[in-house]
Every structure is written in structure tokens, then in C-alpha cells.
Design a protein around this ligand. Sequence first.
Ligand code: SF4
Length: 255
Amino acid sequence: MRGWVFTGLKTGIKSTRYPEEEEKRPGVSPGLPIAGGNSLGLVDICPTNALLASNGQVALEYGRCVHCFRCARAAKSAPLDWSSGYEWADLSAKAGETAVEFGQNGFGRSLHVLVVDAGDCGACLSEIAQLNGPYYNMHRLGIFITPTPRFADVLLVVGPVTEHMREPLRKAYAAMPTPKRVVAIGVCALSGGVFVPSFASGSGVADVLPVDVVVPGCPPPPLAVLHGLLVAVGRKPPSRMFVSQRPVEERTPVL
Ligand code: SF4
């Protein structure tokens, strides 16, 4: 024990300074492509149909991008630019309509977060778990994970919402006190990801609950999740990078 105390005193605080300071260490984010350009051939190499042609330009549906780097590294000509940032969270289309009401609204003190696994593969959950560790240490910001919806201010949902998780998710949301926020994490929670169309799962959280904040990524890195929580309570501005989702029936099956 004494050894750990001396080590701590010697090395100092190693936690990230985000959000007070921008986090610039390498490896904190895989980054995301930036839409644009007229290299429409890229649309065909995207494995998740996240790229689409729109008015002769390459548009990008962030709710489906798994940052596989194909459009940046495997392009024969004019690859897409790549952003190395992590502040990806944006207001959902529903929340965007009432953005004027969006803000702290009762979230000025500590924030309790209920995480619901609605059928994820484990990747988003493992990134969220990093927030409890010493490096990201979300407790320093007054953010805590709670196991019960009765104490939760924010419902953090991962996964495409399988049929069996629809009702438990609705019940968890109904049991939360108001005001409350719903944050959808990762492409599966945003659009169903690689699981749609399927008999076993829906096309994201918005099919079941009113989503306030969306965080793209597969999986989003811990700082993107943290940004989503800060956006949800008005402590950080949204990225405004999110492109509205195409209706499910227009999507081409991925698998
Ligand atoms: S990074 Fe991969 S999934 Fe994302 S737009 Fe490019 S090709 Fe598509």
C-alpha cells in the first residue's frame, strides 16, 4: 500500500485533462472519415453502405460508419480525408427540433448513468468500461454508473435493441425519474448496424425510445462516449456532424 502511495506521489496525476483541455495523446481515437469530394467510386467500396452519392458529392451517414479505413486507404483515387478527433456526439433528429430546451435543465450536479446492453457485441461496453478506469476517470466530473433506473439521469444504450430487449428497455426508461436523457452509443444503437434487417433485432434505439444524443462509432472511443454524456447535460456543444438517417427500407442489407 505504502509503495502505491509513493508511486502516486512520484508520477503525479495521469488522468486525461479532457474536457478542460483537448486530449492529444496518440491512440485515444481511431477517427472518422470526412464527407466530401466527388470521388463517387468510393461509394461501392464501403462495406456498410455508409457512403452515398448526393448531388454529385460523396455523403456520409455517420450512423453506419465503422471506421474501417477503406475509403481512406483502399481508394484507387481521391480518398476521403480523415478526422482524428473524438467529439462526435450530436443531438438526435428528435432532440434537434427542441434544441432550445436542451441544456442543463436540472443536471447541474452529479450525473448518474444507467447502461443498458440491448444486444451489443461487447465492443461498446468495453469502451464505456474504460471511463471508470484511472485514465478517463469520469468520477472527477461527477459522473457515476448506477445499477438502477430509479437513480438514473441518463440512459446509455448500446446494441441494436434485440426483440427480447425492447420491453426491458421501455421499462427501464419508464422507471427513471424526470428530467432524463437517452444517449445511443455506437452504430448498432443508431441504425441497427450490421444486424439489420433481421428477424431478431430492430434498427436502433430510436425505434423504441426518444433518443436525445447520438454517438457514432464502432465502437466509439471512451472520449466520444464522455463527449456524448457532456452534450446530454449541456456541458459541451454537440458536434453537428451527424447526417440524418436514411429510412430503413432504403438501406441495402450489409451481410
Ligand atoms: S471508414 Fe469504412 S465504413 Fe466508414 S465510410 Fe469509410 S469505407 Fe465506409
